[in-house]
Design a protein around this ligand. Sequence first.
Ligand code: ZN
Length: 644
Amino acid sequence: MPGKETLLLRNIFTPGRNEIVKFAAGELLKYFQRMSIRDLQIKVITRGSYDMKEKGCIWVGLYDEFGIQGLSDDYSEFDDEITIDVKNGSGLVAGVNPRSVLLAAYRFLYEAGCRWVRPGSEGEYIPKVDILKTHCKLQEAPSYRHRAITIEGAVSVENVVDMIDWAPKVGFSGYFIQFREGYTFFDRWYSHRNNPTKAPEEFSVGKAREHTRRIEEEVHRRGMLYHAIGHGWTCEALGIPGLGWDPVKKDWPPEITGYLAEVNGVRAMWYDVPINTSLCFSNPVVRELVVTCIADYIAAHPNIDLLHFWLDDGFNNKCECENCQKQLPSDFYIQMLNELDELLARRGLKTKIVFLAYADLLWAPQVERIKNPERFVLMFAPISRSYREPLVAKDPALAPPPYVRNRLKLPSNPDENLAFLRQWQAIFPGDSFIFEYYFMNPGTYVCDPDGVYMARLVSQDVRNLKHLGLNGLVSCQMQRVFFPTGLGMTALGRALWDDQLDFDALTVDYFASAFGEDGARAREYLEALSGLQDRVRLGEREVMVAPAALKGALETIDYFAPIIDKNLSLAEPCHTRSWYYLMLHARIMRLFLNMLSARADGQDAQAVDLWAELKRFVQENEDALQPVFDVYEFVDRYDKGGST
Ligand SMILES: [Zn+2]
């Protein structure tokens, strides 16, 4: 006989045999067992169909299985909607598709008090509750369709798996692996580039492929939308692997160079980087090579939901030959999109194609038009935008500057960026999202000492996407960006789900969940630190140059040190880990501020030494920082003149 505190009821039932739904039910079970104040002897039971008579349990499944009417009749396979109707620990947790069921399960757990403040088990705050008393009733669709994270930075396969596990817990629905196997991102980590204190591990393209397969499994296990590739088609089409941005020095034969863009009278690789090299797109043979390469890849990879077809990753490198001069690069791009669509249709392939407005392609086509908008999704990537102000148009009538081949300047202000978007929207009526870089640059988050500024900007921008006619955001970013906190990433996921979310309330909740009792003090500390810096220079290496501000920041860190110390061994592992990261952050900030002080005093040689000391500190402590802080990117950025 079970003891009086044992509870045998509240089993979790799934009416179908969908593996993603079963995974969702398993997640509910896992967290119920950790949350319950009682000994919870429950299990997941699969039934052939929904049985209303089975009460005192939680049913997890699809709208169709429960006969739930959706908020809209017009959902694509990319859309989500959830319904939760649980009273006293029994009822329904449902979604319009399997991915939505998982999102519903996490949402129910969130309402019951669970928080995931960063990826990994020590990022979970799971409260003790009485499952018998849990109530939740809601029916919701997210504010935006596209809510995905893109691989960048330096990563281990575990970093990515942890990120994918974390993402749907805060509302994300997709993951994007750039290039065929994400080789360059893994290689940076396993070769320990930028960290001589770690011995390089053996790494190969084959290993990167294995990691990519593993990641794909994790994406599919959750029913998440899988985005793939992006750049690289322009070299893969010529048989040259597009592994990353490393130069490949080689004497290329004329059968290759003949297809490359002619710039200043020469057809050659662009600074020896195949992926950055543009092609002679007016040449129909070139277009056919590219389009066939993509169609073959799609045929061999039916698991891809959104295939990104971008051109080269160069800028002002476009072909100047007589025929290419006749049209804009985007006109040739549209020709290829139409040719690809026709080829895919002939082969019966329905994969959606994401095309890109970026760099030279910000200038919309003058002649060509997309024939089958249903096939395509427009991705607007304002990579040169400033993060000092929100992406809002002050002058909605502004027109983009004229296209001057290979003499272009990319705009930083929102108005000019949005002028390009409007031009594309005028010729393309289909689905679209923004590609954003909030967490791409270490300078914009490590040296925005609290991360609160960026998190606030993210939630403001997301709220505005609707007014820009964009249906979501895919974040191009380092994966290890949860240092000192994961507020920014949490705000991004939550705001894409609910763009009316109260940012201040989210912040208060985040700090309480991440840091426990002294959470509000941690928040005040980071905000005080941030208040001392010159916001205008956010993201630039001159950040915090005012000597008085530097001194004030150092004093703030000294003042707060005892509070960090007293929180370093709390009972809750999630809280302890947050304080531990804050302790490491304080040490890094001290070194960083000392370096900037030396520079502000004109002590350049000393600044160089202090940068070396800071670099050594992050390198030597990389094992401790690894899941939350990208040492490779930090060193890469500040080594390029960061200390002088
Ligand atoms: Zn040409």
